[in-house]
Write a protein that binds this ligand. Structure first.
Ligand code: BDR
Ligand code: CA
Length: 310
């Protein structure tokens, strides 16, 4: 039985790689891909998602549904420095979009699908959490009807990637993240920078993908990203943030997790979007999040390459 999933994305170089992994794995029944503003505008994220499905030749099988075009309470904050003006690092620029987004709103789609397949749907969230926060507010029962939620976001023991303390998905819509973390999901896993920074795609990995339209796309879309990553981190690589969240949905054994109380800062000049993890239970609050603390990075990269090369 394939795992029923909804991918929520702000496509994004690494979101695109996550979609490729999910669809090519053959192990996921992708009910739909919902889009949200984040790395780029909602419109651009949707267009990019449609293009990636075309690259996969799945545009007639998998629906794309648009969601929020801005965070709950804040203005948009795009990440063109990392993902390029178009969000895909300049790849697929000339590809025309044949099949556009489906009618309807991502929030309604998430609620409807979870109701229809109660207890079976895994939500893989690789973008600001606006759509899921809105879905929870609209239909609070959702938290008990979803199978599990996997969130790429946050960092509990390291530094941020947009401010000194905040990871991008949390920073863009911290109010939404707070709502999601406090909603009471029984099975919510946080795949943060603590582990995604260890899942690094290098030139050698890209060579191992061989020569195919997908391999060529991966090489082209990650080229600039790798340069930026090198400038900041001294390593030429593309961090597979979002693909690792998909990897965790495919195989939980790839990561070690521990359950802690986690909350998100929303009222600080310096620390908005910081994920605060109560390692010593000083707040005496019930643990709400399975936090990924370690990753079998080589195993994950092997899965990623094997799946995209196939
Ligand atoms: C996350 O932020 C975005 O820029 C990436 O797509 C990923 O979801 C990494 O911090
Ligand atoms: Ca993303």
């Amino acid at each position: 039985m394939k795992k029923k999933v909804i991918l929520d994305v702000d496509t994004g170089i690494d979101d695109a790689l996550g979609i490729l992994l999910a669809v090519r794995s053959g192990e996921m029944d992708v009910l739909g891909i919902t889009t949200v503003n984040g790395n780029v505008s909602l419109e651009q994220a949707t267009k990019n998602t449609c293009k990636i499905l075309q690259l996969l030749e799945k545009e007639h099988e998998i629906r794309v549904i648009q969601g929020a075009n801005k965070p709950l309470m804040r203005p948009t904050f795009f990440e063109h420095r990392v993902h390029g003006k178009d969000g895909l690092g300049g790849a697929l620029l000339d590809m025309p979009v044949h099949v556009e987004a489906a009618d309807g709103h991502a929030v309604d789609f998430i609620v409807e699908q979870v109701k229809q397949h109660a207890g079976e749907v895994t939500l893989v969230m690789t973008a600001p959490l606006t759509n899921l926060a809105l879905a929870v507010m609209k239909y609070p029962e959702l938290v008990h009807q979803v199978k599990e939620v996997i969130v790429m976001g946050g960092v509990v023991q390291g530094f941020g990637n947009v401010t000194p303390t905040a990871e991008f998905n949390m920073y863009v819509d911290p109010e939404a993240a707070k709502i999601v973390f406090q909603a009471g999901f029984p099975d919510l896993t946080l795949v943060g920078l603590d582990v995604t920074r260890k899942a690094l795609l290098t030139d050698d990995h890209i060579r191992a993908l061989g020569d195919s339209p997908i391999a060529r796309y991966v090489k082209e879309s990650t080229a600039e990203y790798m340069e930026r990553y090198y400038e900041r981190n001294g390593v030429r690589a593309c961090a597979l943030h979002d693909p690792l969240a998909v990897g965790v949905a495919l195989n939980k054994q790839l990561v070690t997790t521990r359950k802690y109380y986690v909350d998100v800062e929303t009222k600080s000049e310096l620390c908005d979007g910081q994920t605060v993890c109560d390692f010593q239970n000083r707040l005496s609050k019930a643990a709400n999040v399975h936090v990924c603390t370690e990753v079998a990075a080589d195993e994950f990269l092997e899965l990623f390459i094997r799946t995209l090369r196939a």
